[in-house]
Design a protein around this ligand. Structure first.
Ligand code: PMM
Length: 291
């Protein structure tokens, strides 16, 4: 897998009634398709279609419900020529999604929730995103402890390394695997910041990285009002846009985002900055020019 010139922007299409920031907005096929088209027009490189909310405390839909939510949206968006990713932990859903035209399987459990998903991906040529995960959303808060040496960074690197090993043992070419530190999944605010600022340790596993920071609660806490009330999800975008160029500088493969326009704008400014900085003569300051 060759790294893109700038991180790919993966626009989120949550076909769910209960996701934390956009739950219910695109819960039917028609509105999800319209949203996907909007995100493509805003410059999304990939559309990540999911039918199961993973917000803290969420309960799972049954398989048939998840299939009903995602399959028509995936086939509709794939028919438009979009690169579609399916956000699922279930082998059966991954198989149906690939059949419907998805090219990426984004498994937030990294194969832990339903190990058969690894065989499904192995039998395809899809890219596999393995995210760091410890438990389903109704219980994940109980698993947000990282007391070992090296704390959360070492634990995530070790546990993601195991998932990479499981994926390749199932027959998935390592070149097709992307890793994700799983911000917000069995992690408290300080864990997310620790991971974000030490991503090079995760990158040392030798695989490209996907990062999903968009609208997550650690940004809500960062931007909390004077009384400690977290900033609502829809008002966390500026903080996320400020992170995008930093993550781009680290060479991440992709950013999973709600507001595609905000992220592509931030990355356009980052790219222009880099283009104008290099190659070129040694920089001069305004003061020197006027001497
Ligand atoms: N976060 C969510 C869902 N899917 N997939 C990956 N690979 N990485 C993430 O960080 C991630 C994900 C939860 O966010 P949402 O409810 O806004 O979709």
């Amino acid at each position: 897998m060759t790294l893109p010139e700038r991180p790919l922007v993966m626009g989120i299409v949550n076909v769910t009634p209960d996701s934390f920031s956009d739950g219910g907005l695109y819960a039917d096929t028609a509105s999800a398709l319209a949203h996907g088209r909007d995100l493509l027009a805003q410059g999304a490189d990939v559309l990540d279609v999911g039918g199961e909310s993973t917000r803290p405390g969420a309960t799972r839909p049954v398989v048939a419900e998840e299939l009903d939510r995602v399959v028509p949206v995936i086939s509709g968006l794939a028919a438009l020529g979009a690169v579609v990713s399916v956000d699922t932990m279930r082998a059966e859903v991954a198989a149906a999604a690939l059949e419907a035209g998805a090219r990426i399987v984004n498994d937030v459990s990294g194969g832990l929730a339903d190990p058969a998903i690894l065989d499904v991906v192995a039998g395809s040529d899809a890219t596999y995103v393995a995210m760091h995960w410890r438990a389903h959303s109704d219980r994940m808060a109980d698993f947000a402890t990282y007391d070992g040496p090296g704390g959360v960074v070492t634990a995530v690197v070790d546990e993601l390394g195991e998932r990479l090993h499981a994926a390749t043992a199932a027959g998935i070419d390592p070149d097709r695997v992307v890793l994700d530190p799983g911000l917000g999944f069995a992690k408290r605010g300080e864990h997310n910041w620790e991971l974000l600022t030490h991503l090079e340790a995760v990158a040392a596993l030798g695989r490209p990285l996907l990062v999903g920071a968009s609208r997550k609660s650690f940004l809500g806490a960062l931007l909390a009002g004077p009384d400690g009330t977290p900033r609502p999800p829809g008002e966390r975008e500026h903080a996320h846009s400020a992170l995008a160029p930093l993550l781009a500088d680290l060479g991440v493969w992709g950013l999973r985002v709600h507001d595609v326009r905000a992220t592509t704008d931030a990355l356009a400014a980052w790219q222009a900055w880099r283009t104008h900085r290099s190659p070129g003569p040694a920089p001069t300051t305004g003061q020197e020019q006027h001497r």
